[in-house]
Structures are given as C-alpha cells and as structure tokens.
Write a protein that binds this ligand. Structure first.
Ligand SMILES: [Zn+2]
Length: 153
C-alpha cells in the first residue's frame, strides 16, 4: 500500500458463522489451504447469494464498483479452485468494518445478532459465560496480521 491515505475499509454486514471448510475424506496433511478474507466472502454473499448487481453491492460495502468487481472475481476464483482441486478454505480477517456482530456461545452453539460494540452477555439460551463476540475476534486477527506484516501503525 502507498501512503496516500488509509486503505479504505470495506463495510461487511456481520462476521461469518463458519470459518473453515474442507473436502470430506481428505487428510489435512495433504490439503492445500486457500485463505478467503471476510470482505471477499461478503462480495460472494451480496453478488451470488443475494444476487445484487455490482453497483448495489459496491454501495453496500462502501467501495467503488471496479474494486467490487476485483473482489468478487478473486473470491470466485478461490471458490472454483477449492471445488476443483479439493482445497481447504479458511476465512480470515480483512480490512473491514462490521455493521452487526454475532455473539456466539461455545457451550450450546447459540448465535445472537447484536449491534457492534454491545456488551457480550451470558448466553440467553443456556446461561453460559463462554460467549464470544465474533466481530471482535476478526478485528483482533486483523490487527495481529498487520503487526506481523510490520506496519508502523
Ligand atoms: Zn449457550
């Protein structure tokens, strides 16, 4: 990235519920892993799952239409590679702002949609205290990635 200003954050509705996929019956040792960022996944959700046109999808992510087109093309390329080659898919952090988050209970698996930055409460389903804010989890991962790359900020 050049220093012409901060890299624009992409708006993503909510953190993904699943972050790992692999083909059945193939050992992890022999698998190639493909990393897909949360913003690439959001592009697939908007253009392919929800069938929005690129202009509308780009507006929802607060990015330009050419940027959206680049993002969706990368994401589709990855999906086709994993389906054909039988790779594993890992969803990783991207440079994103979430509009909503999910609070996940690791005891009962309950997921509750919340506004970002709301306090994580005990699980309303089972009362467990082992609840986690999935948006925070991805944003922490994003910071860690930036530190690994040696960004001064
Ligand atoms: Zn629970």
């Amino acid at each position: 990235m050049t220093q012409r200003g901060p890299y624009r954050k992409r708006t993503v509705k909510a953190p993904p519920r699943f972050h790992f996929f692999k083909p059945a019956g193939v050992s992890m040792r022999t698998l190639d892993k493909i990393s897909m960022s949360v913003d690439e996944l959001e592009a697939l959700r908007l253009a392919d799952y929800r069938q929005l046109d690129h202009a509308e999808a780009a507006a929802k992510m607060a990015i330009s239409r050419p940027t959206f087109t680049r993002l969706i093309n990368q994401a589709r390329q990855k999906v086709s590679r994993l389906l054909i080659d039988g790779s594993a898919l890992v969803i990783v952090a991207g440079n994103v702002d979430f509009r909503e988050t999910l609070h996940y209970c690791s005891d009962c698996g309950d997921l509750i949609t919340q506004k970002v930055d709301t306090e994580v409460l005990d699980c309303s389903e089972c009362g467990s205290v082992k609840t986690e804010d999935l948006a925070t989890k991805y944003l922490l991962q994003q910071q860690t990635n930036m530190e690994i790359k040696g960004s001064p900020n």
